[in-house]
Write a protein that binds this ligand. Structure first.
Ligand code: UPG
Length: 480
């Protein structure tokens, strides 16, 4: 990689995304935001992950790839992303291999010191190299700031003090937030040191807009941690054309045109969109319950299932494990099943989509908010249980399925199945109409307008990005 031909005053930033779509997609969008403002960005990644990024290469955006040690961990060559594996053991291996990227990436950073490093929350080692090079490090935290505040609050007290209290109130937050279950200790133990390390950075960047986290949480975060958070999202709004939306993250397995013409044939707000992010693997039993619930609710649907799950040519016997017999035939005109990567942002943006049944991954959540689509909240693991609260209790733009079991990806395998009755009940609350559903929908539309305004010139996220850039320039100029 040669040196950039720098425009006067422009910054040089290096971005280090974690190899999982929920982390890579938004951080690479943030890198594109900087390059669209005339700054020079280099994304440090690995060969397979670079494939999805080639389309963004320009004279202001470059990729630098380092070898991903798949073989060293016993993974097949080319498996370099959490989305490329389908079991807990291999997820752990991908994570461990990602941690081994430190050596080659550190050498690259030392040879090519930028003005600022923006690295994922999962790469705390960047702290040492940034300190050595005397350059600011920003942490990309893929969660909502609301979730980060809840984590700080929970981690400040011994977890035992929560499990005996009823209800489980997250203490000292601006709202009275109660959780159905407390986070597992293993999750706390793995994220606490990362949150502590990010407090040593210059600040965190989040894929969110100030109005969604709410001024009270921004102030709460700054007051309790003494740290700064920069809201620069929703970053999915950087995708303007149908093509860009279809190719976001990965090439979609369905053609945008076909997908849109199916959605065009449906009434406004009549379609339920169902997708559980990029890494979640439900059991056959759980998928079966979803199928039964959707069919019983009678609504039109787009249901995304992992590619590994349902090949179109799978045998009837295999299929019968995860959907009732004749399901596809009976629902030929009512729904589509997307086996593999769906053009999520394109689908959510269509007027026929009336609700999103989601696992509350932060990107999915903020994408639904941006599209003004209300949510049926079914958190599964990690910080998704906090996101559920922000959406249903703070903003009132979602209904809860009632999930209680807190899974930790990579450590515990989810055992309980959420029954069809609870799913159907939650779906009906939004999709059957009625005054309450209309109020929720109206609030979601209003918040969607605020999301879109945030990234336009003069909007909160647009201004935040400008002031972050100004600050990084000041830091660079004062150190030279
Ligand atoms: O078929 C698909 C599936 C996913 N996506 C996109 O992939 C991303 C998925 O991200 P997210 O909704 O956040 O879910 P996860 O992939 O589960 O994300 C992980 O990372 C997030 C950010 O840290 C966390 O909030 C989650 O809990 C964690 O599971 C989103 O941009 C989706 O639009 C598609 O475009 N098509």
């Amino acid at each position: 990689m040669g040196a950039f031909d720098l425009d006067e005053g422009s910054l040089r930033l290096h971005f280090i995304p974690y190899p999982s779509p929920g982390h890579m997609i938004p951080l690479c969008d943030i890198a594109r935001l900087f390059s669209s403002r005339g700054h020079h960005v280099t994304i440090l990644t690995t060969p397979s992950n670079a494939h999805t990024l080639h389309k963004f290469i320009s004279h202001r955006l470059r990729l630098h790839t380092v070898h991903f040690p798949s073989r060293q961990l016993g993974l097949p060559d080319g498996v370099e992303n959490l989305a490329a594996v389908n079991n807990v053991e291999d997820s752990v291996k991908v994570h461990e291999a990602a941690m081994l990227l430190r050596g080659p990436m550190e050498r690259f950073l030392e040879r090519n010191p930028p003005d600022c490093i923006v690295a994922d929350f999962f790469f705390p080692w960047v702290h040492d190299v940034a300190t050595k090079l005397r350059i600011p490090r920003l942490v990309f935290n893929g969660f909502s700031l609301f979730a980060v505040c809840a984590m700080h609050s929970i981690y400040a007290n011994p977890i035992e003090s929560y499990s005996n209290s009823d209800p489980n109130v997250v203490r000292d937050l601006p709202h009275r937030i109660t959780l159905k279950a407390t986070p597992p200790k293993v999750l706390i133990d793995s994220t606490k040191p990362l949150l502590e390390m990010e407090l040593k950075s210059h600040g965190i960047i989040v894929n969110n807009f100030a109005e969604l986290d709410g001024e009270e949480y921004i102030q709460h975060y700054e007051k309790t941690t003494g740290h700064k958070a920069w809201h620069v999202g929703p970053v999915s709004l950087i995708c303007r054309t149908a093509e860009e939306k279809t190719e976001r993250g990965q090439e979609s397995v369905v053609c945008a045109h076909k997908c849109l013409s199916w959605l065009n044939s449906k009434r406004a707000n009549s379609v339920l969109y169902i997708c559980f992010g990029s890494i979640n693997q439900f059991s056959d039993k759980q998928l079966y319950e979803i199928a039964c619930a959707v069919e019983a609710s009678g609504c039109d649907f787009v249901w995304v299932v992992p590619e590994k799950k349902g090949k179109e040519d799978e045998s009837e016997e295999e299929k019968a494990k995860w959907m009732p017999k004749g399901f596809e035939k009976r629902n030929m005109t009512k729904g589509i099943i997307i086996r593999g990567w769906a053009p999520q942002v394109l689908i959510l943006g269509h007027l026929s989509v009336g609700a999103f049944l989601t696992h509350c991954g932060w990107n999915s959540t903020v994408e639904a908010v941006s599209a003004g689509v209300p949510m049926i909240m079914w958190p599964v693991h990690d910080e998704q249980f906090y996101n559920e609260k922000l959406i249903s209790e703070v903003h009132g733009i979602g209904v809860e399925v009632g999930a209680e079991e807190w899974n930790v990806i990579g450590f515990v395998v989810k055992k309980k199945v959420v029954g069809r009755e609870s799913i159907e009940k939650a779906v009906r609350k939004l999709m059957d109409g009625g005054d309450e559903a209309e109020k929720i929908r109206r609030r979601a539309r209003e918040l969607g307008k605020k999301a879109r305004a945030a990234v336009e010139e003069g909007g909160s996220s647009h201004k935040n990005l400008t002031s972050l850039i100004d600050e990084l320039k000041r830091l660079r100029d004062s150190s030279s």
